[in-house]
Design a protein around this ligand. Sequence first.
Ligand SMILES: [Zn+2]
Length: 311
Amino acid sequence: MKKCEVCSTELKNTFNAREMMLGTRKEFAYSQCTKCKTIQIIDVPEDIIAYYPDYYYSFKQEIPKLKNLPILKRLFKNFRMKKRYRRGGYEILRHLEPLHILPSQKILDIGCGKGKLICDMFNAGFTNIQGVDKFIDQEYDYGYNVKVIKSDLSELEKGSYDFLMMHHVFEHMAEPLQEFRKCHDLLKNNAYLMVRIPVIGKAWEIYQQDWVQLDAPRHFFIHSEESMKILADNAGFTITKIVYDSTSFQFWGSELYRRDIPLVKEETKEYVAAKDFFSDEEITSYEKSAADLNRENRGDQAIFYLQKKVK
Ligand SMILES: [Zn+2]
């Protein structure tokens, strides 16, 4: 019997989830740990790469042009942008708000793809930012030391980073505890790792095997607050804050899966939009429900702030 990768409890009650983003409808066995509540894939498919085709959304990122500014202008811009992110500014600045990251601090985006976010952050005033992704075809150098490195975390400089972040990446990693330990090694003492992931919430209760965030077989783990706490403890972190940031997607995406409709259109390989299937009223009501669930800490995704403990 397979054991939970997080807390070693024996897994029982497997269920099948279908691959529905691309619409292959292939089934994959998953199980939810009865103790720590993590949902995990039973066997990582050997051909997992086949489930990340060229048209997978993160490969289609449009990279903005880098704008070099004199240092004072850059600092001023960073200050100003932090104030006004709510009006269409960069969402990332809102996520960083609890941490007080300085524009010159050394930042790494883990699993960054082609590196759109690090380019956006450079343009928002951050001057010491790089990305790492071991699954990209090639490295990218955008100038001003803004680079995407193709490497495993274990190969980077230990104890040198002020801030690490993973945006919807951790759930795709086959060895979560090992990855957290590598992050711990990379950070300076008391520095932060920010992890954005799908989590067990109300949408799982409602939709079960049709819940869009299962995203079989790409998501290997869907964590709970309990399982994140266990991993954080084991890797030497303290969770200092959790912010729920789920969206209307948990409803409309799951509704589509329930109706056997994939997220990618078969002919054009483009992603569908909510408005293709739902009225403005329905979408507004899904947005309101998501906001309500976030307030109750029951949304289906969250931001975890993990601080490196000093031994
Ligand atoms: Zn468990």
